[in-house]
Design a binder for this molecule. Sequence first.
Ligand SMILES: [Zn+2]
Length: 367
Amino acid sequence: MGEDSLPADDELEVSLFGPGIGECIVVHLGGGKWMIVDSCIPKGLDEPAALRYLDGLGIDVANDVALVVATHWHDDHIGGLSSVLNAARSAQFACSAAFEIEQFWTLVSYASEIKFIEHNSGVAEFDEILATLNERYAGRYRSGPDYYAVEGLRLYRGAAPFGEVCVEALSPSAQTITDQKGQILPDVLIDEPIRRFMAHDPNDLSVVLLIQTPGCCVLLGGDLEIGRDNRRGWRAIVESRTRPDIASSLYKVAHHGSPNADMKEIWTELLANEPIAIMAPYARGRKKLPTWDDVKRIKKAAGRVYCTVWPFVDRPKARSPIVDSVAASATRFRSAIKKGAGHIRLRAPIMGGGDISVETFHGACRM
Ligand SMILES: [Zn+2]
């Protein structure tokens, strides 16, 4: 089927786009309603991958995207996210309840003269998102996200005639939120962190989503890492007493296949036997993901593994010897990121009783 063919009304679709330094997931939740998780603008394009794809399908983005989720505020997950939310005019917006200091300051200082000095892209996108939400919910007081995702929070429920479809957050854990509050509040009150609270990498704050349908379930792993103990990270999800007792048959591999986001219990307790695993690589800097060892490890655990692009970097184009030597002296490492976005598309009947189909476009492939 062509990339521009629509899913049936009663078909769940999970599309993963990955250009090497970013990833974006587009989900058809049934009944013509869609969810977008994270965003990326592929190299050589000027539009977020999600909008480009949905426009190609002829979807009415303004009315039919029900939910936009930011799993965390790393550059490779938020490129163009504010444009996505701006276009998805009736969508609700969810982000992690575990705030980074930058996002906290952006929220409290929004539309004031005070601006957070370290203006990274996570701050810029969140600032734009707040502008969109404030326009949407215009009133006397300022507005914020529709949902702060936390373990156990339901973000979507669609009761279509063909069965109930739910999206639920499995992370961050309450302890992770406590840790972040412990980082932020002393910073505000006494201008220095209290060391008794654990400091987290933004990946630790990532939202993991579980999509439940009568026919099959999907685990979207975000960039969540394993976690220091049973109250944090994947370990908190595995140990949760309230998580739905469900084995998903599709898995968006966490943190681009990194071993620091992989633990045996994800495969044995959260996933069905031989699940389909999909992933998008991360190709910035020296530490690229996944490595061949990661791919081998994931292949051993999963039934089938697909990657949005492979290999995901090219040798940098040779320039004049002078330019090459200047570039080599100024950078520690150089590689060329591929243009465009690979696309893995999974479709399955929401009521079950049929196979899960997998299609690959623009260089995505089975590993
Ligand atoms: Zn990432």
